[in-house]
Design a protein around this ligand. Structure first.
Ligand SMILES: *[C@@H]1O[C@H](CO)[C@@H](O)[C@H](O)[C@H]1NC(C)=O
Ligand SMILES: *[C@@H]1O[C@H](CO)[C@@H](O)[C@H](O)[C@H]1NC(C)=O
Ligand SMILES: *[C@@H]1O[C@H](CO)[C@@H](O)[C@H](O)[C@H]1NC(C)=O
Ligand SMILES: *[C@@H]1O[C@H](CO)[C@@H](O)[C@H](O)[C@H]1NC(C)=O
Ligand SMILES: *[C@@H]1O[C@H](CO)[C@@H](O)[C@H](O)[C@H]1NC(C)=O
Ligand SMILES: *[C@@H]1O[C@H](CO)[C@@H](O)[C@H](O)[C@H]1NC(C)=O
Length: 335
């Protein structure tokens, strides 16, 4: 704020481009009528110059007080009109030094701290003004990171059932990552996996795979020949191939095979059950006085597509009659 001395009277004023504007704080006032601005004395910024003796009760202070209520504005009245406003002994307050910063108001993380000062250096007296400014100062402070307790994320989707049919279990999981615990925070409480019975669908039965064939197409076979049967009694599941004489597994599973082979008197047979070329079972007979039968039995796990058939291991002479059949049969009995 600037004060202008005109004809020995102080005014609150401002100077723009050399022109004097008379005003009070926030409000423009007209130049007092009894003073002609053109006759103004030197414009002086009296805030920085010496001011009138306190004992001197200035006459212009009445005008200042009547128009601007200067006596209520203690800091300025002390400068301009001490005597008139009875502020000769006024002592304005002055702040003490700031106290040390107080402690941070949190135990972890970000907080605030405060320092303060008092208007007692000196305290205002004899009408002096109170200290200007805030008595408290606030600043940010921080301590070690706060512990973050873990919290569960959402459950995953349910897994597929552990069994394709019949009762099984499915599960779902969740992770302690929403958020993850940190800075000694607690781990999530509770289970990270959860189970449920599943599989409403009944298991289907073992499929019917059964064949029985008889009557070798050649009574005489040479060593190493595959034996093909010409009469098909049953071929459920279409595993037996009448062309090659081989059974081909339609599904994975455990199969049982039986071959009965008969020879006439004086006849002989030596055969084997083979799976994809390797022997599962071997046998042979030789009849002396009457015809004779024997059998080969093998149980084997077959993957889908694997083949089982009968092969002669030596030149063989089957007997074919109504009373003695040479047969080859097999069935799936467990998947
Ligand atoms: C200054 O003016 C105010 C308001 O008009 C008045 O109450 C007060 O008495 C005056 N001060 C003096 C010292 O005359
Ligand atoms: C206020 O106090 C400060 C610190 O003691 C001092 O430096 C300053 O001069 C004082 N101001 C007044 C106007 O007394
Ligand atoms: C604490 O303050 C720092 C620096 O101002 C800021 O980077 C951080 O994010 C704040 N932490 C919290 C938990 O608000
Ligand atoms: C569940 O089964 C479906 C269909 O068989 C398959 O596409 C999917 O990949 C499986 N999902 C899992 C998680 O194994
Ligand atoms: C959850 O279920 C899937 C599918 O059945 C299985 O592969 C996995 O081992 C199971 N997990 C547990 C932990 O049991
Ligand atoms: C059959 O077994 C094979 C080898 O173990 C496997 O790869 C295949 O998936 C199985 N097929 C069926 C239909 O189970």
């Amino acid at each position: 704020m600037r004060y202008c001395l005109v004809l020995g009277i102080c005014w609150i004023c401002s100077i723009h481009n050399g022109a004097v504007h008379w005003e009070t704080i926030g409000q423009e006032i007209s130049t007092p009528a009894q003073f002609d601005v053109s006759t103004r004395e030197e414009v002086t910024d009296i805030t920085t110059t010496s001011y009138v003796e306190c004992s001197n009760s200035q006459s212009n202070c009445k005008i200042l007080n009547d128009t601007l209520n200067i006596c209520a504005d203690v800091p300025h009245a002390v400068i301009l009109c001490q005597g008139y406003c009875h502020l000769c002994n006024a002592v304005n307050g002055n702040w003490s030094e700031w106290t040390k910063w107080g402690t941070c108001d949190v135990t972890c993380g970000n907080g605030t701290k405060i320092r303060s000062r008092k208007c007692d250096n000196p305290a205002p007296s004899h009408g002096g003004g109170y200290c200007v400014g805030a008595s408290e100062d606030i600043d940010f402070c921080s301590k070690h990171k706060c512990p973050v307790h873990g919290s569960w994320g959402t459950w995953s989707d349910w897994s597929n059932c552990s069994k394709e049919c019949g009762p099984g279990l499915r599960n779902r999981t969740r992770r302690c990552d929403h958020p993850e615990p940190s800075a000694d925070g607690n781990h999530c409480f509770g289970a990270s996996i959860n189970y449920e019975v599943c599989g409403q669908q009944e298991c289907t039965d073992v499929p019917m795979i059964l064949f029985r064939v008889r009557s070798p197409s050649h009574i005489y076979t040479s060593q190493g020949a595959n034996i093909v049967f010409s009469i098909i009694d049953i071929n459920e599941g279409r595993g037996y191939d009448a062309e090659s004489g081989q059974f081909r597994a339609p599904v994975n599973g455990t199969y049982s095979f039986i071959a009965q082979y008969c020879v006439a008197e004086q006849g002989f047979a030596q055969i084997e059950l083979v799976k994809d070329g390797s022997s599962l079972q071997k046998g042979g007979i030789m009849a002396s006085l009457t015809r004779h039968c024997a059998d080969l039995h093998a149980m084997v796990f077959l993957h889908r597509g694997e083949r089982v058939w009968i092969r002669s291991t030596f030149a063989t002479h089957f007997s074919e009659s109504l009373l003695a059949w040479s047969t080859f049969s097999g069935a799936l009995y467990y998947v």
